[in-house]
Design a protein around this ligand. Sequence first.
Ligand code: AGP
Length: 600
Amino acid sequence: MCGIIGYVGSEGGDDALGVLIDGLSQLEYRGYDSAGVALADGGIDVHKRQGELSALQSALALEQFDGDTIGIGHTRWSTHGPPSDANAHPHTDADDRVAVVHNGIIENYQALRDELAAAGVEFESDTDTEVVPHLISQQLDAGVSNEAAFRAAISRLEGSYAIAAVFEGADTVYAARNESPLVLGVADDGRFLASDVPAFIEYTDRVIYLEDGEFARLTADEHVVIDGEGAPVETTIETISWDPEDAGKSGYDHYMIKEINEQPAALRECFRGRLDELTGRVDVPELEGLDPSGTVTFVACGTSYHAAMVGVRLLQERGVPAQAFIASEFTTDTLPIDSESLVIGVTQSGETADTMRAIREANGVGATTVAVTNVVGSSAARETDHVFYIRAGPEISVAATKTFASQQAALTMLATALSGERSRDLVTDLRAVPDQIQSVLDSSNAREIAEHYHDADAAFFIGRGYHYPVALEGALKMKEITYSHAEGFAAGELKHGPLALVTENTPVFAVVTGDGRLAEKTIGNVKEVEARGTPVVAVTDGQSDIERYADHVLSVPATSNVASSIVANVQLQLVAYWTATILGRSIDKPRNLAKSVTVE
Ligand code: AGP
């Protein structure tokens, strides 16, 4: 996930550089590996720096600018190539005739890059984006107009993109969208575009949301939207009603609820180019050559450890022996890890000290190491033999939500790829998960449940199989952001001790999907709870008769085992979120915690 912005104003209107920098500061939540701008009054003038926006601002402070009226800007969250000045956007062609910013992933960039290199193009970055200015440049060489060159280049791209371009000596910003957000802003004396409204809300609240496949042509006093065939699109200008102070959270009260709502999009990005419906194959070139013939060992902490537990079950189900360690408990001093071993670190940030120590120890004995991480160029990504990115986009809230869903999805693909399994049913089920989560988000009654139980003495979470890690994760979310006592248990364990804790004021959340053996057994455990007068909240797809024993139900669509655990978890995230909201907690920055724990 990156942030893009574009602006074109009238002579004497707002200064383009100021508009772009203000906008980028509102988009930094989308990534802050580097920032850059291209000003285009006359020639193209690019300024870009690795690091947060402040690094670019310091560099710009040393230069003189004289009221440019047109430009584009970018804040980067790396996907192709590590954070660096060279990989920062905007990217230009060799003659600086066009500058381009991009948010998304160009899936066929390698083929395009090979084609352009064969035609003599020299690349200056590792990015997928850089193919775009070179494709445009080829069209300009062929003598077509700027607009035709832009549209012809875009027509070559496969994947997701929100792209903006400015041309030397032109007063127009061009843009295109496919599966990445892009919104236009309409002011009396200028036009804006951005990945998100906060980037220009200070200047105008009148917006047009672009749809997939649409192009836009912006000048200071005109905006034209056309479809893929070049036909004009009738647009509707909407007026934004929320307060600019909510900027960055896109109108949500907290990053956590924003990120919960981003899960469908994050999962689509995680699956992009990796699932083949026709063959049932999972295509993950990053993992090619890995040999899972011994026991696969996962190391991870917190939420990532819960995802690792899912990974263990996925592999075991496919006949591959696997185990997971809380990273701080892993040591090669006592475990039989050697050069034949495969050790997989699961870490959203890629910087968690406990996980990094475990990975380094595994490297030290010659094991093959893999990072399943969200952050390109992180320590985990740099210090392992293979990296599998979960592509969830930046997560700001300390409580991990969308990264857990993406870890579960990524580990499902990893287990399928490592075991050589082909399953069209699994691919179909995974593809359906984003829409299923969306339906949960649209209809959840989690807020009601939170209102009912927010002052409970404690909350317990139970599940079996894939739902056991979900029970642990439900409890972790609850304690992390509500500061209330919560515990997760394997449903069968309850009767071995924890049952002594249940009372009329300790709701038990039971995750039960399907109508198989595991569901039946969990229902047995629920009956034991119910018999003690303890309230039960069932997270269920309605396939079993759990509802008969539950006081409340949180519904989820019916799907397969691992997919249903990804979807069911969303209901528990929402219960924790609404409980913390009612209790007035500091949701995005809970007390005593940090997003990235870099001490052991
Ligand atoms: C969960 O909400 C926490 N933020 C925490 O448990 C987290 O998952 C853990 O610290 C591991 O972080 P990592 O994925 O960045 O390694």
